[in-house]
Write a new protein. Sequence first.
Length: 202
Amino acid sequence: MPADSGLVAAGPILTPMFWRTALISGLVLGTAPRTQKLRVLVAERDEATRSGIAAALERAGNRVVARCADGAEVIAALGRHRIDVCLIGLDLPGGGVTTARAIAGRRNKPRIIILATSARERDIFAALRAGADSFVVKDVDATALPQHVAAVAAGEAVLPEGMTVRLIDEFRSLARSGDLRQPQDTDPAGALAPPPPRKGGS
């Protein structure tokens, strides 16, 4: 991911008008990035926002295989299509976190990005605990979204600015409280230990 593609970008909240304006600008100026072709599912409650996100992703060379208005449509689409990345609105009817949890429980699950209008800590942790791979605030530049999708598909995590330190603090807190399991002994039987010395000089 380019170093200058900060996740929390200045600009208006992702409204239908914002996405239409950003998309037209990308088409005219040729600024829409090109990424590898990925199969993407877009799930947002607002139809215009859903269409704007899908158009931005397709402009970058991706294939939007499903556009869903609620959690039930997402689960149905997963049964019909091979999907690399799911973009799930936090306020999706049926519950964005609930939908993410259902996706995460599937075999060969796609990568999951939660889309939200704000980066509230409790929402981020709820999404990650449910199995989401990333959490993207909707005021990100429309032309940067395909870059985030490509990064997540490649195994990276995209989180709001400042959350990395917070996650490290949370990990340390869990470690101190004993909620984290200790690593298991990789050689419980002592099979890798050197043999004892032989008696009698033989």
